[in-house]
Design a protein around this ligand. Structure first.
Ligand code: ADP
Ligand code: 5GP
Length: 225
């Protein structure tokens, strides 16, 4: 009896205006569910208080970042709010090998590049419930000065233009609901025929079994079970 077919995992891209909560959602997925892994990006930004090198980001110098670009180590990269950020290619390869959904917390420019370079990726644009909520989250985080908060809000206003190019829109009003929505999307995406490993083999096996059942019923009468 088939209880679930083996499937290829989904690289999952979460993009959103800064402060919407995509990092919080990404970490919640990894902490709560099996088979989700966070894609640790490389960045030239300085670490915020509490951030851990190699866990939140690989914090690198501009020179090191340039080296990664030259060595084709990055699947995508972009300049965001004055700093360089990029996704190491090996993050996707390693997750694929281990059968894990890799979660990319990246900006819209990066999402556009992933669309081209990893066609199986699922792109989710996370919406804030309102501008007031976004302002509140950005200021409550306390990691940026007021002029930087304003800069991020203006950038977010621009990024919203890209929303229609994504596969899904998820509103992060309540964190629990938002995480459940993303989880449901991954669950559905995992059941696409294109993600089932060896679908042809599974179909051939079932067809063969059907032939056997029919043959047996002709010899022995109706088959039970
Ligand atoms: P992003 O990665 O999109 O820039 P973060 O994940 O850093 O945003 O979240 C920004 C702030 O908003 C954080 O302080 C986080 O705890 C808070 N936050 C995230 N989701 C919610 C939510 N659904 N309701 C209220 N606050 C939230
Ligand atoms: P922050 O400095 O707040 O951690 O991140 C700033 C922005 O950079 C966020 O929109 C975040 O998603 C994005 N970002 C983080 N990592 C990457 C990455 O590897 N590639 C791209 N393109 N953007 C990234």
């Amino acid at each position: 009896m088939i209880t679930g077919l083996p499937y290829r995992p989904c690289p999952l891209v979460l993009a959103a205006p800064s402060g919407t909560g995509k990092t919080t959602i990404a970490h919640a997925l990894v902490e709560r569910f099996d088979h989700f892994v966070f894609s640790v990006s490389a960045t030239t930004r300085r670490a915020r208080e509490g951030e851990v090198d190699g866990v939140d980001y690989d914090f690198v110098s501009r020179e090191e970042f340039r080296g990664m670009i030259e060595n084709h180590a990055l699947l995508e990269w972009a300049e965001v709010h004055g700093n360089l950020y990029g996704t190491p290619r090996r993050n996707l390869e390693a997750a694929q090998d281990r059968g894990e959904h890799v979660v990319l917390d990246i900006d819209v420019q990066g999402a556009r590049q992933i669309r081209k370079r990893a066609p199986g990726a699922v792109l989710i644009f996370v919406f804030p419930p309102s501008a007031e909520a976004l302002w509140g989250r950005l200021t409550a985080r306390g990691s940026e000065r007021l002029d930087e908060v304003k800069r991020r809000l203006r950038a977010g206003r621009k990024e919203l233009e890209e929303a229609s190019h994504f596969d899904y829109i998820v509103v992060n009003d309540d964190l629990e609901r938002a995480v459940a929505r993303v989880r449901a999307i991954v669950e559905a995406e995992s059941h696409r025929p294109s993600r089932v490993l060896n679908l042809e083999g599974e179909v051939a096996r079932l067809r063969h079994e059907i032939d056997e059942v029919v043959e047996r019923s002709e010899v022995e009468g109706p088959v039970s079970g």
